[in-house]
Write a new protein. Structure first.
Lengths: 263, 301
C-alpha cells in the first residue's frame, strides 16, 4: 500500500501539476476572501449567488473562516479535475498496464491512488486556509470588522471545524473526479462531464425546481464545505453526499477490478 | 519444480464470436530465448497480456515460473515486461518514470541509473520522456522491464523504432540475459529478426499455435529448397509441373519456382528443364529461413 502511495505522490509532485494547482488554489482563495471584505457594503452582496454576509456575522468567532468556507466548492472543482486527470491518464497514456504488472492487486492500486490524491487535496486545503484566513486578517480592519474573537477558543475550534468540513468536501469532489476518470477513461471527458454537471446542470435544475437542492450530489458536497446551508442541513449533506460517493466508488471499483486492460 | 518458464494449455480469449487466441498450448523452457512469432493481429499481444494478468482468459490454464496465471501477484515480482511498446508519463523524466515503477514494485531506486546506463540512456536520464526519440522510448521500456532483475523477461516487439545498431545491442543484451539464466519470451512480426537469437519458437497464426518447440527441430524438419528462375516467366508453370512430376513439393513465389529438395537434386532438375526446352536464369539451392518456413507451415504467401 505504501509503495503505491509513494509512487503516486511522485507523479503528483511534478512542478507543472503541483505549482500550477497550488497557484490556482492561492488565487481563488485570496479572491474569495478579499471580495467578502471589499464588497461588504455592496448592494449586490459579497458572497456567492448575491448573498450578503454582514459585519455582525464576520465579527463572530466564525468570521475568520467565512472566506475559506465559501471557496470550498471551487477547491472541490479543482480537486475533481486533478483526481479525474490523474486517474484517466493511466488509460490515455497506456500506463495502467505498467502499474498492474508491478502491482497486480487492483484494489491496492485504487486505494493507494485515492490516498495519495487525498494527501494532495489536504495540501491544497492547507494552502487555501492559510491564504483565506491571512487575507481576512489583513482586510478586516479596512472593513471595520473586529477580529478579537477569531483566534479565541471558539475561533480556533471554528477554524478546525471548517478545515475538516472543507477537506471532506474537497475529497468528496475529488472522489467524484476519480469515479468519472475510471468510468470514462479519458481526462477530457471526465473533467468536462464533472465540471459541466456541477457548474451548469445542477444550478439549472435547482433554479427550475426548488427542492432539488436537497438531492443534487454537487449541492450536498458544497453544503458540507460550508457546514450546511439554509436549504441543506449539514447532517443531510454529509449522509447523502457520502452515499453518492460510496455508490459511485463501488460501481467504478468493480468495473476497474474486472475490466480487461487491453491497451 | 517445473522446468518451464511459461506453460499454457488450451488458453483462449474470445471477443464476441471471434477467437483472438484459440486453444493455445505451448511451453517455454527455463533459461532460453523463445521467439513468439506471427503476423500482426495473430494474437501475440493478447496472449502476453493474459500471461501478465492484464486480460482474463475465456478458457484454458497457464503457469508462469511454476505459478498459476490466476495469481499474478505470485510471479510478477520476478517478471519484467514491455507490452505493445513503451508507455510512460510524458511530463516526467526517464529516470523519474523508472522511479515511479521501482517504488511501486518495491525495488531499490538505486537500480535506476545503472539500468538507464545499461540501455544507453545514462546521459538523458533527466530529460523529459516527451523529448525522447522513438528508439530512446523503446530503450526506456526495456530498462523498465529489467527493473525487477527478472527471471522471466517478456518483450513485445522490442526492436520497433530502433536503428540497426540499436537492434544489435538489444539482441546482444537478450543473449547476455539468457546466458545469465533469465528466460526471455520475445515477440516480433519480423520473423527474420527472431531467427537470429531464438533457441525456441512459438508460431502463432490467426490465434492458433502452428508450431512450438526448439528452433533446431523446426529447421531440421524442413527440407532445403531450390529456387529456380527461367529466362521466360511464362515457363514457370511448366517448371512447376516438372518438379511436381518427380514428387517434389513446389510453389511459385516471387517470379520463381521454390522446390523442396536436397541440393544434389538441382543437377537433375536442371537437366530436366533443359530437356523440356526451358532455359534457367537462376538455380540456387538454399536452406529455408524462418519466414519461408512459416509460410510453408501456414500455407500463406
Amino acid at each position: 500500500m505504501f509503495n503505491v502511495i509513494f509512487a503516486e505522490l511522485r507523479k503528483l509532485r511534478r512542478p507543472s501539476l503541483f505549482l500550477g494547482t497550488m497557484s490556482a488554489v492561492v488565487f481563488f482563495s485570496a479572491l474569495f476572501s478579499s471580495l467578502l471584505f471589499l464588497l461588504i457594503d455592496s448592494p449586490q452582496g459579497n458572497s456567492d449567488r448575491g448573498r450578503t454576509i454582514g459585519r455582525e456575522v464576520l465579527s463572530l468567532s466564525t468570521g475568520g473562516v467565512q472566506g475559506f468556507a465559501s471557496v470550498g466548492t471551487f477547491l472541490g472543482i479543482i480537486a475533481l479535475c486533478v483526481f479525474a486527470a490523474q486517474t484517466a491518464q493511466e488509460y490515455t497514456y497506456s500506463t495502467l498496464g505498467n502499474l498492474l504488472i508491478r502491482q497486480p492487486n487492483r484494489w491496492l492500486i485504487l486505494s493507494g491512488k485515492l490516498t495519495a490524491m487525498s494527501i494532495f487535496a489536504t495540501v491544497m486545503a492547507i494552502f487555501s486556509a492559510i491564504v483565506s484566513i491571512g487575507a481576512s486578517v489583513i482586510l478586516a480592519p479596512r472593513a471595520k470588522i473586529p477580529t478579537d474573537l477569531w483566534f479565541g477558543t471558539d475561533g480556533r475550534h471554528a477554524i478546525l471545524q471548517t478545515f475538516v468540513n472543507v477537506l471532506i468536501s474537497v475529497i468528496g469532489f475529488g472522489s467524484v473526479g476519480m469515479i468519472l476518470g475510471l468510468i470514462l477513461r479519458s481526462p477530457i471527458s471526465a473533467i468536462s462531464f464533472g465540471v459541466l454537471w456541477l457548474l451548469i446542470v445542477e444550478n439549472l435544475v435547482i433554479a427550475v425546481k426548488n427542492n432539488t437542492e436537497n438531492w443534487m450530489p454537487g449541492a450536498q458536497l458544497a453544503a458540507i464545505a460550508q457546514g450546511g446551508t439554509p436549504n441543506v442541513s449539514y447532517s443531510h449533506a454529509l449522509f447523502l453526499g457520502g452515499m453518492y460517493v460510496l455508490a459511485g466508488s463501488i460501481i467504478s471499483s468493480v468495473l476497474f477490478a474486472r475490466r480487461d486492460v487491453s491497451n | 519444480m517445473s522446468n518451464a518458464a511459461i506453460s499454457v494449455k488450451d488458453l483462449s480469449k474470445k471477443y464476441g464470436d471471434r477467437f483472438a487466441v484459440s486453444h493455445a498450448t505451448f511451453e517455454v523452457p527455463l533459461g532460453t530465448i523463445c521467439g513468439f512469432v506471427g503476423p500482426n493481429g495473430s494474437g501475440k499481444t493478447t496472449t502476453m497480456r493474459m500471461l501478465l494478468g492484464l486480460i482474463t482468459p475465456t478458457a484454458g490454464t497457464g503457469e508462469i515460473l511454476g505459478e498459476s496465471i490466476q495469481h499474478p501477484n505470485r510471479y510478477l515480482p520476478r517478471v519484467g515486461a514491455m507490452i505493445e511498446g513503451p508507455a510512460f508519463y510524458p511530463a516526467l523524466s526517464g529516470a523519474e518514470n523508472l522511479n515511479v515503477l521501482a517504488r511501486l514494485g518495491g525495488f531499490p531506486l538505486s537500480r535506476v541509473q545503472g539500468l538507464l546506463e545499461q540501455v544507453g540512456l545514462g546521459d538523458r536520464a533527466q530529460s523529459k520522456y516527451k523529448t525522447y526519440s522513438l528508439g530512446m522510448k523503446q530503450r526506456l521500456g526495456i530498462a523498465a522491464a529489467l527493473l525487477p532483475n527478472p527471471k522471466l523477461l517478456m518483450l513485445d516487439e522490442p526492436t520497433n523504432g530502433l536503428d540497426p545498431e540499436g537492434i544489435q545491442e538489444v539482441r546482444a543484451l537478450l543473449r547476455l540475459l539468457a546466458d545469465g539464466g533469465t528466460s526471455v519470451f520475445v515477440s516480433s512480426h519480423l520473423l527474420s529478426e527472431l531467427e537470429l537469437i531464438s533457441d525456441y519458437l512459438v508460431m502463432l497464426r490467426k490465434g492458433e499455435v502452428v508450431f512450438a518447440g526448439p528452433m533446431q527441430n523446426l529447421m531440421e524438419a524442413k527440407q532445403p529448397i531450390i529456387i529456380a528462375k527461367s529466362l521466360n516467366e511464362s515457363d514457370l508453370p511448366k517448371l512447376l509441373a516438372l518438379a511436381q512430376k518427380t514428387g517434389h513439393h513446389a510453389t511459385i513465389r516471387d517470379s520463381a519456382v521454390h522446390v523442396q529438395g536436397p541440393a544434389q537434386w538441382a543437377v537433375e532438375f536442371n537437366k530436366a528443364a533443359f530437356d523440356a526446352g526451358i532455359h534457367l536464369s537462376q538455380l540456387t539451392p538454399q536452406l529455408p529461413n524462418l519466414e519461408e518456413t512459416f509460410f510453408e507451415m501456414t500455407g500463406d504467401n
